[in-house]
Design a protein around this ligand. Structure first.
Ligand code: PLP
Length: 420
C-alpha cells in the first residue's frame, strides 16, 4: 500500500528517523575499551527519564514483561505476599506472572475503567499488622483501559499505614510520556519497555531500583539467572554487561534520551496531554464513551473508546487497517470486541492525530456506527487550533529585490547581476 502506515497502537510506537539512523550501524565489540562510553552515557541519562538520582537502572535485552519479572525475582522469595489491584489486562498479566513465580497475591478487583484504589490499599495495609505483605504492585497507566492511576496517592497510603512494603510500579506506557516521579513517590521498582514512550523498537526491559529494593535483594530467594541484578551490578560498574547487550537498541536509546531531554520531560508531558485532549474532544463529538469512568482516570497516552452495543470493536480495527492503512489497538481480555484504542504516545503531533481520528471515524461509519462524518476531526482540530502555542515572531526575510546592502541603506545589487 502506498503512503505511510498510520501506527496508532499504544506500542510499539513510531520510531523517529534520528533514532532509526542511530541504530543503523555495524556491530561492534561490546567488550572493547570504547564501549563504556556508550553505556555510561545511557545509564546516566536514563535515570532522568525515571526522575531519579538515587535509583539504579538496569537494562535487559527483554521487554516490559521481562522488567516485571526482574523486579519481582530480585527482591522476593517464593511464598511472599503481595497486594495488587487489578483493573485491566496488564495488571491481570503481572499478577499472573507473580503467581507463577510462587508469590501469593492478594488481589483487589477494581472495575475495569477505574484505577488504583488508594484508600482501600491503605485500609488493607493498616490491617496487616504483622507486615506480611512484602510489596504493592501498581500499573501506573493501564494501557488496556486508558486509565492512569495516582501513584503519589498510593505512596501516601503506604506512608499513612506506616507499612514497609516495597512499591512496584509498571510505568511501561507512562514513563517518558506521563509524569512519573520515582524519587518523589519513593517508588522502589519502576519498570518500562523500549517500544512506548522511549520511541524505540521493542527489545529492552528497563528497571530502576531504589536503595531499599537493592537491600531487599540480599535475602530474596526467587531463582534468577538471566535477570539477576547482582550480575548486572558487577558488570555495569565498569560499563559492561554480563552477556551481549542489544547494541543497536543501546545506540537508539542514547539518541532517544538526547531527543527527549532536548524537548524537556515536562514539555513532553504537556504535549501528550494536549494531544490526548484533542482525541477526547473527538470522542465527545462522536457521542461515544471512553472506557475510563471519570476524568480523573483519563490517560494521556491511550484512549480506549467503547463501541455501541451490537458492534464488534474488532471490525473497526480490521476495516481501519485494511482500507485505510491505520493501525488501532484492540480490546484486550474481557474487553475484546467492546472497544478500540487510539494510542497517542511517542513521536506525534497534531496532524498525525487528526489522521488517526479521521481514519477511525471513516472505519466506524463503514461498520455501521452512527457517528456524523467530520465531527470528531472538527472537534479535535478546533481544540488544537485554540490551544496552539503563539507563533514566535517570524524572522524578517526580505525578498531578494528589497535586500539592503549591509549598512548602505541602498537596495542590494540584484542577484542575477552579481559577478563572482
Ligand atoms: C505494553 C505493556 C506491557 C508489556 O510490555 P511488553 O513489552 O509487551 O512485554 C506491560 N505493561 C503495560 C502497562 C504495557 O502497556
Amino acid at each position: 500500500m502506498p503512503g505511510r502506515n498510520f501506527l496508532f497502537v499504544p506500542g510499539p510506537t513510531n520510531v523517529p528517523e534520528r533514532i532509526l539512523r542511530a541504530m543503523d550501524r555495524a556491530m561492534e565489540d561490546h567488550r572493547s575499551s570504547a564501549f563504556p562510553e556508550l553505556s555510561t552515557a545511557v545509564f546516566r541519562d536514563v535515570k532522568q527519564a525515571f526522575k531519579t538520582t538515587t535509583g539504579q537502572p538496569f537494562i535487559f535485552p527483554a521487554t516490559g514483561t521481562g522488567g516485571w519479572e526482574a523486579a519481582l525475582v530480585n527482591t522476593l522469595s517464593p511464598g511472599d505476599r503481595l497486594l495488587a489491584p487489578r483493573y485491566g489486562q496488564f495488571s491481570h498479566l503481572w499478577i499472573d506472572l507473580a503467581q507463577r513465580h510462587g508469590l501469593r497475591v492478594d488481589i483487589i478487583d477494581v472495575e475495569w475503567g477505574e484505577g488504583a484504589p488508594a484508600e482501600r490499599i491503605e485500609e488493607i495495609l493498616r490491617g496487616d499488622t504483622q507486615h506480611e505483605i512484602k510489596g504493592v504492585l501498581i500499573v501506573h497507566n493501564e494501557t488496556a483501559t486508558g486509565v492512569t492511576s495516582d501513584v503519589g496517592a498510593v505512596r501516601r497510603a503506604l506512608d499513612a499505614a506506616q507499612h514497609p512494603a516495597l512499591l512496584y510500579v509498571d510505568g511501561v506506557s507512562s514513563i517518558g510520556s506521563i509524569d512519573f516521579r520515582m524519587d518523589e513517590w519513593n517508588v522502589d521498582l519502576a519498570i518500562t519497555g523500549s517500544q512506548k514512550g522511549l520511541m524505540l523498537p521493542p527489545g529492552l526491559g528497563l528497571v530502576c531500583a531504589s536503595p531499599k529494593a537493592l537491600a531487599a535483594r540480599e535475602h530474596a530467594k526467587c531463582p534468577r539467572v538471566f535477570f539477576d541484578f547482582g550480575d548486572m551490578i558487577k558488570a555495569n560498574a565498569t560499563g559492561y554487561f554480563p552477556y551481549t547487550p542489544s547494541l543497536p537498541l543501546l545506540h537508539g536509546l542514547r539518541e532517544s534520551l538526547e531527543i527527549m531531554l532536548a524537548e524537556g520531560l515536562d514539555n513532553i508531558f504537556a504535549r501528550h496531554h494536549r494531544l490526548a485532549e484533542g482525541v477526547r474532544a473527538a470522542v465527545r463529538a462522536w457521542g461515544l464513551k471512553l472506557c475510563a469512568r471519570a476524568p480523573r482516570w483519563h490517560s494521556d497516552t491511550v484512549s480506549a473508546i467503547m463501541v455501541p452495543e451490537g458492534i464488534n470493536g474488532a471490525d473497526v480495527i480490521d476495516v481501519a487497517f485494511r482500507r485505510y492503512n491505520l493501525a488501532l489497538g484492540a480490546g484486550l481480555g474481557r474487553l475484546a470486541g467492546k472497544l478500540f484504542r487510539i494510542g497517542h504516545l511517542g513521536d506525534l503531533n497534531e496532524l498525525m492525530l487528526l489522521g488517526a481520528i479521521a481514519g477511525a471515524e471513516m472505519a466506524m461509519r463503514d461498520v455501521g456506527i452512527k457517528v456524523t462524518a467530520g465531527t470528531g476531526v472538527a472537534a479535535a482540530a478546533e481544540y488544537y487550533r485554540s490551544t496552539a502555542a503563539p507563533l514566535a515572531a517570524r524572522a524578517a526575510v526580505p525578498s531578494p529585490d528589497a535586500q539592503q546592502q549591509p549598512g548602505s541603506g541602498k537596495p542590494a545589487t540584484p542577484r542575477a547581476t552579481v559577478r563572482a
